[in-house]
Design a protein around this ligand. Sequence first.
Ligand code: NAD
Length: 368
Amino acid sequence: MKDVLDRQELAVDMNPVISKMFNTEHEQVVFCQDKASGLKAIIAIHNTTLGPALGGTRMWNYNNEVEALNDVLRLSRGMTFKASISGLNLGGGKAVIIGDTYTQKSEALFRRFGKFVESLSGKYITAEDVGISPKDMEWVNMETKHVSGLPKTLGGSGDPSPVTAYGVYMGMKATAKKQFGSDSLGCKKVVVQGVGHVGETLVKHLSNEGALVTIADINQERVARIAKEFGTQVVEGDAIYDVDMDIYAPCALGATLNDNTIERLKCSVVAGAANNQLQDEIVHGRRLMEKGILYAPDFLINAGGLINVYREVVGISEARAMELTENIYQTTGDIFTKSDASGVTPQEAAMVIAQNRIEAIAKIKSVL
Ligand code: NAD
C-alpha cells in the first residue's frame, strides 16, 4: 500500500473522477476511507445557500468508484432542488457507502463513517437511504449528532415513508385536477410500480378513495400480500408499460421514463415517489409533454419525507410538517400554471423556481 499515486495512475484513474466534480456545481466532495473497517464512502455537498446539506446515506455495491461518484453527485443535486422547492431552509447533500449490504456492514464501519460526518461540523446532516437500516444509523449517531430521521424511540421523527406517500398522493391529486378537471381519483386506473415503504401507503390512500389500482413489484411476497389486502390487480415485469391506465406511479427505481418506455406508456399522468424518474430530465420531460402526458416533478411531490425530517432540524411540530406536505397539492398546481405560461415542461418550471429561490436568498445573505 502506498501513500501517493504515481504519475500513470493519476493520469489514467483519477482524471475522470476529478473532472466530474469540477464539471458540476458541487461545493464539496469528501472521499472517506478506513482500511481497518473496510469503509469506502463519498459525501457530496451540492449547495448550502439555504442551510445545511441534508440527504440520506445509501449503501450499494457499485461496480466501481466512478459509478458511486456519479450517483452521489446526481442525488445530492436533487436534494438541493427538493429542499428549495419545498420552501425549506436546507441545502442538498447525499452520501454513498460502497459495499455489499449483506457482508460488509459492521459497527466499526458505520461509527467510522459517523466520524467523517462529524468532521464536517454540521454542514452535512445524514439520514437513512437505500441499503441502510435504523440500526446502522444508530451506530453512525454514536459518533455524530448530525443524523436525522432516527426512530421515534431514539428521539427522532421516525420512518419518513408514510409522509412521503401522503405528499405523492397530494401531488397526484393536483395533477389529476389539471389533467382531468377534477382531483378525484375515484375510478381512476392507477398503476403503482414498487410497493415498498412508500408504494404500499400510497396504495392504501388510493384504495380508500376508490381508485382502480394495479401493482407491480419484484418481491412476489409483498405483491401477494398487498394485492390481497387492498384487492388490487397485479402486473408483472416489463408489461407494466403496456397496461391501459390513467396514472402511472413509479415508486421503485429511477430512470423508468426513457426512450423505450415513454413510447409505450398509455397514461395521461405520471406521478410517483421514485427519485430521478426522467432518465434525461430535459429530453424525456419534453417527450412526455409532446405525448400529452402530464408529469408531476418527482423532487417536488416526493418531498414529504424530507419535510418530516426537517422538523428535527428546526423543531417544528408533526402537525406543521403534515401541513407543509399537504401544501404539495398547491405547489404542484402552481408549477403547472407556470409551465403553461412559459411553455416549458413542469420539470423545467420546477427547477427554475427552485434555482430562483436559492439565488434570491444568496443575495439577501450577501448583504446581511
Ligand atoms: P423500498 O425499497 O421500501 O421499496 C421499493 C420497492 O420497489 C421494493 O418493494 C422493491 O422490491 C421494488 N422494486 C425494485 N425494483 C423493482 C422493479 N424493477 N419493478 C418493480 N418493483 C421493483 O423504497 P421506498 O422507501 O418505498 O422508496 C421508493 C422510491 O421512492 C425510491 O426510489 C426512493 O428513492 C424514493 N423516495 C423514498 C422516500 C422515502 O421517504 N422512503 C422519499 C423520497 C423518495
